[in-house]
Structures are given as structure tokens and as C-alpha cells.
Design a protein around this ligand. Structure first.
Ligand SMILES: *[C@@H]1O[C@H](CO)[C@@H](O)[C@H](O)[C@H]1NC(C)=O
Ligand SMILES: [Cu+2]
Length: 140
């Protein structure tokens, strides 16, 4: 009895996946990959490997860049500034808590990184695609 309950309690932890996203690879203003498909309970770990960036949720369209402090919700996020200028490769982990699309960008330089295309999507949909979000960011 105890062992069965214990086993059932472990299932979500066994099935949950972590998705790794690199921030600023090759010194570029970019997230890699740019689209992440993740289930509720999964984590996404962002690792900053150059410069000084943020991982911040923003709106799909309109005033995309820069993401506001605290990010755009519900279930938004904002890592604050994470600097790799000292080579420390700081990380930020987001746990997925819903199935709706979330759009994110870097808020550095008053939105200049975001407008340069430093953006990503979590669970983009057929009506809210990453490509359209990127176009909206560049035009914002
Ligand atoms: C990172 O960028 C922010 C915003 O521009 C700035 O306030 C902060 O001092 C920077 N951090 C480092 C270590 O340069
Ligand atoms: Cu940046």
C-alpha cells in the first residue's frame, strides 16, 4: 500500500522533462532554440553564455520590446539581468504551469536586443507562431 502510493507520487517527477535553452551563444543576440514545446510540469533552464541579458515574458504583439520589468502574465516571468561578463554562465529556470503560448525576449538596452530578434516562444500555436512574434518584436 505504502509503496504503491509512493510510486504514484513519483510519476510526475519521472515524466517531467527539462528543456535547455542557450542565451547568447557565439556572442549573438539570440536564444537557442527559439521555440520550446513543453508540457505542464516541465522545466526550461536558460543558461547565459555571453554578455548580459534577461529572460523575460512579453506580449505577442503591440509593445513587445522591451519586455516590462516582471514580465507579462498571467504566469509570466522575468529573470532580471543575468551577466556572463565574469564568465559565470548564470541560469534561470522556468517551470511550465499552463498550456497557453508564452512569448519571451531579452530586456537589455531598452529593448534593442529584443528588436534585434533576441526572442523565443514557449508552446507557440498555429495562430500565434514564433515567426509572427519575431516579426512583431522587430517592428515594435
Ligand atoms: C547588466 O545590465 C543591467 C541593465 O543594463 C545593468 O544595470 C547591470 O549593471 C549589468 N550588469 C553588469 C555586471 O554589467
Ligand atoms: Cu540581451
Amino acid at each position: 500500500m505504502f509503496s504503491k502510493v509512493f510510486f504514484l507520487a513519483l510519476i510526475p517527477a519521472i515524466l517531467a522533462a527539462d528543456h535547455a535553452v542557450t542565451v547568447g551563444a557565439n556572442n549573438a543576440l539570440a536564444f537557442s532554440p527559439t521555440s520550446i514545446v513543453a508540457a505542464v510540469g516541465d522545466t526550461i533552464t536558460f543558461t547565459v553564455v555571453s554578455r548580459n541579458h534577461s529572460v523575460s515574458s512579453t506580449s505577442f504583439s503591440g509593445a513587445v520590446c522591451p519586455p516590462p520589468d516582471g514580465g507579462v502574465g498571467p504566469n509570466g516571468f522575468d529573470s532580471g539581468f543575468l551577466s556572463d561578463l565574469d564568465g559565470s554562465q548564470p541560469t534561470f529556470t522556468y517551470t511550465v504551469v499552463d498550456t497557453v503560448p508564452h512569448f519571451g525576449a531579452c530586456k537589455q538596452a531598452a529593448g534593442a536586443h529584443c528588436r534585434a530578434g533576441m526572442t523565443f516562444a514557449i508552446n507557440p500555436s498555429s495562430t500565434q507562431t514564433y515567426a509572427q512574434f519575431l516579426a512583431n518584436a522587430k517592428a515594435s
